[in-house]
Write a protein that binds this ligand. Sequence first.
Ligand code: SAM
Length: 281
Amino acid sequence: MTGIKHDYAETELLYNQFTRPSARKALRELKKEVGESPKIMDAGCGPGSHFELFEKIFPNAKIVAVDSSKPHIEEARQKAEKTGIDIDIVKADLEKNLDLEEDSFDMIWFGDVICPSDISNPVGLINNLKPFLNKDGLISIFYGNWLRQMFMPGYARLEQKINAAYEMMHETRNLNNPWQGPDHPEKAIKWLQETGFKEVSQSIHTSNYSPKIPDHVLDYVEHVFKNDYSDAVDEKGREAGLTEEEISKWEKLSDPESLMYLPEKDDYYCSMSCILTYGKV
Ligand SMILES: C[S@@+](CC[C@H](N)C(=O)[O-])C[C@H]1O[C@@H](n2cnc3c(N)ncnc32)[C@H](O)[C@@H]1O
């Protein structure tokens, strides 16, 4: 299967639209801790995917968005300009010295940032940012958990093998950085314990779509099937244990032209369970 390739910003948009219910619930939970008008650092803001949510949930917040990628910073600036959201946007490496005011932030938000493909030392990064939190400050790590999503109801074994292949492909593409063990974002509780944060909490926020599924969700599922899952099956499927029969079944289930195309079934549903981990100074 060839698959339509989307550029990063487009993929990010589809992904963030899909996971928005989870991010919204996570931010609302954090609002109970930090109040109505916090100073927030959006650490690793990317193209500004969460700006609108920040604006809606914290209309009186002061937001400082930081990213090291020039194209992402440019897109984030364009987004802030287009939406009229007042955000300070800073191009900087979060793992180096930052020219920001210490002891000043009520909350640091990492949205899908501390992942082995980008950050080799999560504890080091968290320690680097801790001095920017004020004495009641809170650090929050939001992870979409996109290597465990459920997009193929009724085909658990098949999807689990595809997700295993997807993880293996991801590791290979990211210079063999292993997506398991202590640097995996599912271990965020431990990072916060090791960096001395207190009252560490974790909650799971699901983005769950049942019939009738919105078009943007169907677009994202089609995107995942045509890109991530298909590439994973081609590159690592056999290594992950998929049989030829399973590969052939996958091809039918994921082909929009096939009568078996899963997302078009009347009973189709899908979900992603995002993990929020946070702790206080
Ligand atoms: C997967 S994207 C997530 C973007 C956004 N937070 C979101 O939830 O859509 C990870 C972002 O972290 C940024 N990033 C990774 N390592 C970084 C570092 N050391 N300093 C600053 N930004 C970093 C990347 O440039 C990228 O924009």
